[in-house]
Design a binder for this molecule. Sequence first.
Ligand SMILES: [Zn+2]
Length: 335
Amino acid sequence: MTPFAGDLFDGLTSRAHPVVARLEAGRLRVDGEEIALDVPLDQIELAPPVGAARGLIRLPGGQELHSGDAAALAELAHALPGHSPERWAYRLEGRLLYAIAALIVSIIVVFAGLRWGVPAAAQVAAHTLPPVLETRIGSESLALMEKFSLEPSKLPAARQQALTRQLAEHCRRQACPPYRLLFRNSPMFGPNAMALPGGTVIVTDALVKLSRHDEEVLAVMAHELGHVRHRHSLRLALQSIGAGAILVAITGDIGSITDIAAGLPSLLLQSGYSRDMEREADAYALGWLQTACIPPSRFADILGRLDRTPSDTGLLDSHPGSRERAQPFRVAPDC
Ligand SMILES: [Zn+2]
C-alpha cells in the first residue's frame, strides 16, 4: 500500500499533527514528528468520508487520524478484518453506483407498495372485515344508489319472480355465495348488473330487456356472484381509501365505514373492477354455468350485445376487452 498523508489528533488537544500512514504486515504504521505508532488492524475503526468531509480512522487511546485520501481509505477498509459495518458503510457511501441503486430500489419499493401493496392489503382486509361491517357498507352504498341512480323495477312481478326462482334453484344445486337479488330500473346505469359488499346483486331492467334468453341473464348473475364470492366490490372500496385507512377500517373505526360506503357507487361507475377481478369473476361464471348445464356461450352472447349498446356508464360493457373475455365462453363445451 502506498503511504498516505493525514492529520493525527491525540484526543487531548485540538492540535493536528501531520503524519504519514501506511499498511505494513497487517498493521497500520503512523509516522510523524515525534510520532511513531504501530497499531494492529483489529484495533482500528474506520468512519468513511461523508460528502466532502475527510475520512476518519479511530485509533486506540482516543486518537484519530483524519485523511482525505479516499483511495487509501478504501484500500484500508478492504484490509480491515471481518465484514465490519464501517467497511460496508464505507463501500456503500463511497460509490455513486450504490447510491443510484439504492434510489432505484426505493422507487421500486414505493411503486410496488402502491401497485401491489395496497391491493394486497385490501384483499386481506376484505377477508378479515367482520361480515356485519361488510353488510353495512353494502347497505349504505345501496341506500345512496337508490337515492341517486336506481328506481324501482318496472319489470312485471312475474318476470322478476321467475328469474329469482331460477337463480335460487341453481344455487340449491351448487354452492353459491350468500346473495340477495334485486331488480332495479336505472336510466343512468343502462343495461347492467352489479354486486355490492355483503352479497347484494342488482340487475337492471334494461339488462333483462336486452337478453334474448333467461339463461343469458343467469349467466350475468353468475358473473356477479363471482364478484360476490371474491368480495371484489369491498376490495375495490378498500383500495380506494389506501393502506393506512384500511388498517383503521379493520381495527373498527365505524366512521370510516361510512366513507367507504359513500365512495363505492362512483368507484363502480367510473373505474370499475380491475382486469384481474373480471377474470376471476369470469372464471367463476364459467364453472358455474357448466355445473348448471347452461351453455357458456350464453354469457358471450349477451356480452357481445352489451358491447354494441351505446352507454356511457355501463359496468358490464365498460369491462375491458369484451371480445377477449368472451372467447373462453365460446369454446367451452356444453354439459
Ligand atoms: Zn364484472
